[in-house]
Design a protein around this ligand. Structure first.
Ligand code: GLU
Length: 469
């Protein structure tokens, strides 16, 4: 049988990092088994679902490059189908109308609470052989309940957690349609998984309690029961449940903070799954190696420094011209509109190893695009001094005299100056960097000088000399 997985987000907010991992695992498992994967939007909670959230989730998935073979399907567009199955179940006796009033239900809850028990339905309207049901009260719109088996147990072999068993007596007769006829959450999931031919359900372990209820409904419908893989939650670096407090939680916020999708995907696969001690995985390797049975049971803790490390790896690995294209929006955010892409690629190449995010890279090369440099106070205080002034003046003259502005000539001019002034290279390098970059850090001096260009270098040296006074 062909493996079919699905990702089924509820559009009540952005795509968070936990959801993205579930989506990734669903896609990988399908690809690994040469199967298919479906995107389903679980938007039946009309009050909490918004079109903006749907768009944000799809945007997040697209940015990560997670593609689905089918969908998006929207549950709100399938109400007729759910109603049809509810009617069939009422007909078959696997579901029934319940006319209990709010007061009666409240009483059941209060009684359970007083006895320190789980609140449960008392079965008043549940049909049983030989049982006479009460007369149908007037003016009450009934709910529809699933006639859950009372005896025995429901077990499933979770691919992550192993066998999980629930006693049916604990499960209660779930409401599957509200008084206005709209289907409830667990019911829609079941009908969709059945109709969409889902063979493997990958989802957060906060859904474990729903699973036996869903399995019992599937069995009542004579539908095949999929395999389940409940993935543990993600914790923050402090061991608490991951939340906004820990920084970015929406996937697109990682994009905004300058992470590459490859790094986020590579990070996410390792967050709860491993293959020996390998840390770097290409997409093809992920597809080849991933298996749900190797996913960890225990919750995984988020580790920002590891994500940064991966991001740097993927930034360095990328072709500078491609990285330059990806860098444009980050430069735009700083008010820079690069036009010469070959130049930008050179700038990227020279600086990429010195930063961990695209935001950092954009900020780092800003000095190549501004007309007025911003100076780092500390660098100025240390390096633009009375002692460095004559060095900068001499250097300016020597550089001005160069006809060729290439690495060998630039290096030669600086070396010659160390000899004539009897100084060390650092005594040239630090003041020079501060003068042309605005801070005492930059790639190799010759590379930096070439990127800044002769004219601007001389002008910036002039400004720095004047700054010293
Ligand atoms: N819509 C659910 C959620 O966003 C997932 C349900 C499922 O995967 O079965 O948590």
């Amino acid at each position: 049988m062909k493996v079919r997985t699905r990702f089924a987000p509820s559009p009540t907010g952005y795509l968070h990092i936990g959801g993205a991992r579930t989506a990734l695992y669903s896609c990988l498992y399908a690809h690994h088994n040469k199967g298919e994967t479906v995107l389903r939007i679980e938007d039946t909670d009309l009050e909490r679902s918004t079109p903006e959230a749907v768009a944000a989730i799809i945007d997040g998935l697209n940015w990560l490059g997670l593609n689905f073979d089918e969908g998006p399907f929207y549950q709100t567009k399938r109400f007729d189908r759910y109603k049809e199955v509810i009617a069939e179940m009422l007909e078959a006796g696997t579901a029934y109308y319940c006319y209990c009033t709010q007061e009666e239900l409240q009483e059941m809850r209060d009684r359970a609470e007083a006895n320190k028990e789980k609140p449960r339905y008392n079965g008043k309207w549940r049909p049983e052989a030989g049982k006479v049901l009460p007369a149908i009260p007037e003016g009450i719109k009934p709910v529809v309940r699933f006639r859950n088996p009372v005896d025995g147990a429901t077990s499933f072999d979770d691919l992550v957690h192993g066998t999980i068993t629930f006693q049916n007596s604990e499960l209660d007769d779930l409401i599957i349609a509200r008084p206005d006829g709209t289907p409830t959450y667990n019911f829609c999931v079941v009908i969709d998984d059945m109709d969409m031919g889902i063979t493997h359900v990958v989802r957060g372990d906060d859904h474990i309690n729903n699973t036996p209820r869903q399995i019992n409904i599937l069995k009542a419908l004579n539908a095949p029961v999929p395999q389940y893989a409940h993935v543990a939650m993600i914790l923050g670096d402090d061991g608490q449940k991951l939340s906004k407090r820990h920084g970015a939680v929406s996937v697109t916020q990682y994009r905004d903070e300058g992470y590459l999708p490859e790094a986020v995907l590579n990070y996410l696969i390792r967050l709860g799954w491993s293959h020996g001690d390998q840390e770097i995985f290409s997409w093809d390797e992920m597809v080849e190696l991933f298996d749900l049975k190797d996913v960890n049971k225990a919750a995984s803790a988020f580790n920002t420094s590891k994500l940064l490390w991966l991001n740097q790896h993927y930034m360095i690995e990328k072709d500078p011209a491609d990285l330059a294209t990806l860098l444009v929006p980050y430069l735009n955010a700083l008010g820079i509109e690069p036009t010469d892409m070959a130049y930008l690629a050179e700038a990227v190449k020279a600086h990429v190893a010195r930063c961990q995010t695209m935001v950092e890279l954009a900020e780092m090369i800003q000095y190549l695009y501004v007309t007025e440099l911003t100076y780092d106070e500390e660098s100025v205080a240390h390096h633009l001094t009375a002692e460095s002034k004559p060095v900068l003046m001499a250097l300016k003259d020597d550089l001005a005299a160069l006809d060729v502005w290439e690495s060998a000539e630039l290096k030669g001019a600086m070396k010659a100056l160390t000899k004539t002034m009897n100084i060390k290279m650092g005594q040239i390098g630090m003041p020079l960097r501060t003068a042309i970059v605005g801070r005492a850090q930059s790639p190799n001096l010759d590379e930096t000088l070439m990127l800044v260009g002769k004219e601007r270098t001389l002008a910036r040296l002039e400004t720095a000399i004047a700054k010293i006074g």
